[in-house]
Design a protein around this ligand. Sequence first.
Ligand SMILES: [Fe+2]
Length: 331
Amino acid sequence: MPTSLLHLQKPHSIPSINSPPPLSLHSASNIPKLFHYTRSKREMTNFPVINLGNLNGEDRAATMDQIRDACENWGFFEVLNHGIPHDFLDTVETLTKEHYKKCMEQRFKQLVASKALEGLQAEVTDMDWESTFHLRHLPQSNIAEVPDLSDEYMKVMKEFALKLEKLAEELLDLLCENLGLEKGYLKKAFYGAKGPTFGTKVANYPPCPTPDKIKGLRAHTDAGGIVLLLQDPQLEVITNGKYKSVEHRVIAQTDGARMSIASFYNPGSDAVIYPAPALLEKETEDGKKKVYPKFVFEDYMQLYAGMKFQAKEPRFEAMKARETTAPIATA
Ligand SMILES: [Fe+2]
């Protein structure tokens, strides 16, 4: 999406191999704690593409329905016309690839050699074929402390974060509208004492000689609120379509380096997360039961750190057990 995909792409069309990289959004595992989605029975034949430009015209209602369907049945969608200039996203991509070449590639090669990951005969299940670094934007930026970033790259990534923060908050309000929650409800729910946590994982996936033996990134579901994903074309993210916080993985390629920039707009560490009362009331009326626990977001993230590559249900169960032994007061 960075580039031409955004304005020129027709709604619902899938980018061709040569199209500019898409920006995608998937609702992550915290969202289902706030609202309950039904499970998808759909096959991953084709994924939803939402033209946000249509929200300003007569297609608004249909577009909101597409977003609702994408959230309920996919947990992942691609956005067009999101307002971030293509040229700017091209710059982000170019600088990210330059930074990898200059500052990360040699280190990655040394790591591959030290872990004997060349010419693998057996499958490796405890490592990923990726080279990453993390930037934190909110509640306080750490960009100035991240080593090896050029002044230009630092400046661009700060601007990138501001643009994505705005987009994430716009998307949260679209979700509120679809859920019948007041505007700003989700942003407020994420706020805690110091505001949301917002960060970016910058990942490069160098060519891998044995992609059948080691994944670029093993299958997982994300924690947190929403994830905005900027990828170069053809980075293959496969989902099995089972979950709203959809399971996905990255397959490394034998030729050509790939990159992925994932920005996570999450609750503040001390934000208390629990199902929206208005939705619970509605579900009770509908005869459904509460299934998601109430918890402090930081506690969930600690649990998540050790269970990222497992199914998300045991994480929810563990938080429910904790909720029973140590209930959290909520205003
Ligand atoms: Fe992920």
